[in-house]
Write a protein that binds this ligand. Sequence first.
Ligand code: PLP
Length: 396
Amino acid sequence: MFEHLKVLPQDPILQLMQSFRDDPRPDKVDLGVGVYRDATGNTPIMGAVHKAARRLLEHEKTKSYVGPAGSPGFNSAVTELLLGGDNPLSRDNRVSTIQTPGGCGALRMAAEFIKLCKPDAAVWVSTPTWANHMPLLGGAGLRIQSYPYLNSETLEVDFDDMMAALEMARKGDVVLLHGCCHNPSGADLTASQWAGITDLILRKELLPFVDMAYQGLGDGLEEDAQGLRHLAQAAPEMLVAASCSKNFGLYRERTGALMLISGNAKSQKAANSQLLSIIRAHYSMPPAHGAGLVETILQDDELRREWQAELSGMRDRIQQLRHAFSRELASSGDFDFIARQKGMFSFIGISEKQVNYLRAHHGIYLLESSRINIAGLSDKTLPRVAAAIREAVASA
Ligand code: PLP
């Protein structure tokens, strides 16, 4: 039965990671990786996470099943992070949040849920978007449509083109938006653009779906949720996929959540029961450990303060690197956008040939699209990487 199967080509990101590992040059630099790195190149376990893990170990009394929705304490803490405390949607019982295996689990379960509600709905995704959106959403059988997002000349959001394309969406289609720190471009919507897109979604009766994978890594925990909150208070229905991989550094613990907002408490109850039944049919219930850590942190004032301070430190480090990098590149063109953009990623707008030049001549690894992970830089490597890019731009 398996004999006719062919070996698939390796995922380009995994291939890049492999080439980096195989490269013997001691001063090689990995800017392709999709995880936060500190100044020493490590992806650290946050101090608050360490402490929460010790507490969990001491106080956990059972390893019994958690149920398809996961931990209620985690779910309400994440709802508060996303929507703010004491929000009207929670008061009106129009919202429920369920724990999922990472943001990916939330995206896929949302896709299955959309498929159940409206099998012919198209999901509109930005060009570019995170490559995994396609298999996660398309794999559920949904039709994917794309809307232009990034202007390839200015590397800023092409809002007029985006809005013009979304005018083509049909009633009931789904619009996927990155809550903050757009991956892969780092170019985010402004408050007035969020207001514009909210009006369009309401007028055309579309379903907003926000992917919030980097809350706290752009401008701050509250600031990064403003667009999402604006949409949530206006739209009758909405989906949000949230990830705790980056802002809690819990990548391998697979910790995320899917938030569902319905028009009223009655339809919310029905929608939630359908979603839980979908989950039961896929993975039955989510893993408990990562969510236990997040819940422990968010429910304890001291740990929460420590976590927020560590998250601010990560955000400040990224912002400082962004400013220093755009200054260092200034003599080779306009790279100011790098300082304006948010989160870990930016396209630096160089050609595939120049990307290959950096790898061949300097052991600097980035994706062919020219996406770099800013957190992969350090004060030590930044001047050398900038000099190599200047050289690549001049010669390749
Ligand atoms: N959404 C975006 C835009 C991402 O970049 C990622 C991870 O890189 C995710 C969702 C999913 O994250 P995870 O499944 O690791 O929580």
